[in-house]
Design a protein. Structure first.
Length: 126
């Protein structure tokens, strides 16, 4: 989860060290914190803006509201809080995936039948 302040960025990593890519992009303009978002003590009304990109749905559903409330608490009143929440594990996403896979199978079957027809069919001998 990453939250931003106008002069720099704070990055959270739940495991290990920040990625090399993050270090290169932020350089010495940011602060990296490791650990659970819930365990990191942050000053109330500290950030001018907080951003959570595709992270909240990774948190246990019973603690998601707590995470959002913490974002609100550490953000200055009236300042933006941006949350992108797109759960990839919904019934709709599985149905879309299934549709795409079925389309691929059908396309391959049509291609095979066209090849068989162009080559004069299949000669079955018993």
């Amino acid at each position: 989860m990453t939250v931003s302040k106008f002069y720099g960025e704070f990055g959270w990593e739940t495991k290990g060290e920040p990625t090399e890519d993050a270090r290169i992009r932020i350089k010495d303009h940011g602060v990296f914190l490791c650990g659970s978002f819930f365990d990191i003590n942050l000053e109330k009304d500290f950030f001018d803006c907080t951003i959570s990109l595709h992270t909240i749905y990774h948190i246990d559903k019973n603690r998601q509201e707590e995470a959002v409330r913490k974002l609100i608490e550490v953000t200055k009143p009236g300042k933006p809080i941006i949350i992108i929440y797109s759960n990839p594990h919904t019934l709709l996403s599985y149905l879309v995936y299934l549709k795409i896979q079925l389309q691929k199978i059908l396309k391959n079957m049509i291609y095979i039948f066209m090849l068989i027809r162009l080559n004069g069919g299949i000669d079955f001998q018993i």
